[in-house]
Design a protein around this ligand. Structure first.
Ligand SMILES: *Cc1c(COP(=O)(O)O)cnc(C)c1O
Length: 390
């Protein structure tokens, strides 16, 4: 099957042996009956397949995990209760005291906090650098380096990290690569197919797609994911609820058509903003003016629905703008059917110190837009009337 068909069909087959339901059923049971003591022993030892207890896995969650693995072209996926749970588990499973990690210096706010401030408390050395600068990257690597971690495009400035280049370096030194692919889910970008070991998603964003759930995923080869499952996942307990899994399964069925529409809309909004007299600068990898336009073209299929821009007049003008929109919603998050607007310095990136924000290039006048699937005319009209008020 091609990818858009897999997003609809994987995980359905045999998920309901009693009624042959067309969609995967929700199994709320926390525990599963054994026919007898011998069968219970066989299931616990792994000699017989079957569900035991829903913290380990659940039929609805497992159906989603199969679909998520297929989505990235990988062997195994684990669904988690949030994107942060997936990130926490991946970092704490693969890293231990005495190890070091190299991560890109622009990361999702929560991840920046976890890597920069929590990992050092566990004796893990952290290098936060520009990983696109491969000379600095190789300089950081020594025998304690166990992981290279990044997101691409980055949030909120949509900088592109060269996946192939970093995979090459990681392979040379036998270091694990982890990419948070939340901003570019397939078919936009396939990091695992490009050689990245572990792909993480916040399912809360594009994949769920409707601002109605929190979830995460860890995806990779059986060789990498099986030990993570057996030695960490079931004991940390970051399990996803079957009700959430059902919603994500439904979200996945329309992922490709939503992404296509969001990208088309975002391209038009980016061009509109670029020409607007009250806009200083637009950050969108689908614009020819983006300094990494060629790299984005090379490793991505479309630039996605998120863009950011600097308003002339600083924070005050930005504040007026986000207060003046009518249809577009003032809220954080992204990848949903409705368009969202937010102010990174006071919202998503407020955990960073002013100095960290400055180093990351996040100014006080930066506004982030996550474009939805509304009619483009309505989005442009809303922005036009909002700009008139500043
Ligand atoms: C939202 C987000 C996360 C965190 O996911 P939650 O589901 O909110 O826990 C991690 N990484 C990126 C890039 C995100 O956008």
């Amino acid at each position: 099957m091609k990818s858009s068909s897999k997003n609809i069909h994987i995980g359905v087959h045999k998920s309901d042996p009693y009624f042959n339901s067309v969609v995967p059923p929700i199994y709320p049971s926390s525990t599963y009956r054994f026919a007898n003591a011998h069968e219970g022993a066989l299931r616990f030892s792994g000699k017989k397949k079957g569900v035991i207890y829903s913290r380990f896995t659940n039929p609805t969650v497992y159906a989603l995990e199969k679909r998520l693995a297929a989505l990235e072209g990988a062997e195994r996926a684990l669904a988690t209760s949030s994107g942060m749970a997936a990130i926490m588990l991946t970092l704490l499973h693969f890293l231990k005291s005495g190890d070091s990690i190299v991560a890109h210096n622009v990361l999702y706010g929560g991840t920046y906090e976890f890597i920069g401030r929590i990992l050092p408390r566990y004796g893990i050395k952290v290098h936060l650098i520009n990983v696109n600068d491969t000379t600095s990257l190789e300089k950081c690597i020594d025998k304690t380096t166990k992981m290279i971690y990044f997101e691409t495009p980055t949030n909120p400035l949509l900088e592109i990290i060269d996946i192939a280049k970093i995979v090459n370096i990681a392979k040379k030194y036998k270091i694990l690569t982890v990419v948070d692919n939340t901003f570019a889910p397939p078919p936009m970008q396939y990091p695992h197919k490009m050689g990245v070991d572990i792909v993480i998603h916040s399912l809360t964003k594009y994949i769920g797609g409707h601002s109605d759930l929190i979830g995460g995923a860890i995806i990779g080869s059986l060789e990498k994911i099986s030990p993570l499952y057996l030695h960490s996942y079931i004991f940390f307990g970051p399990t996803m609820s079957p009700f959430t899994a059902f919603l994500v399964l439904r979200g996945l069925t329309t992922l490709e058509i939503r992404l296509k529409k969001q990208t088309e809309n975002a391209e038009k909004v980016a061009k509109f903003l670029e020409k607007h007299s009250k806009v200083e600068k637009v950050y969108y990898p689908g614009l020819v003016s983006h300094p990494q336009y060629d790299l984005a073209k090379k490793q991505m299929n479309g630039a996605g629905g998120v863009l950011s821009f600097e308003v002339k007049g600083g924070y005050q003008a930005g504040e007026k703008l986000v207060n003046a929109v009518k249809m577009i919603t003032l809220a954080v998050s992204l990848g949903a059917v409705e368009s969202l607007i937010e102010h990174p310095a006071s919202m998503t990136h407020s955990e960073l110190t002013p100095d960290e924000r400055k180093k990351s290039g996040i100014s006080d006048s930066l506004i982030r837009l996550a474009i939805g699937i509304e009619d483009i005319a309505d989005i442009i009209e809303d922005l036009t009337q909002a700009f008139q008020k500043i």
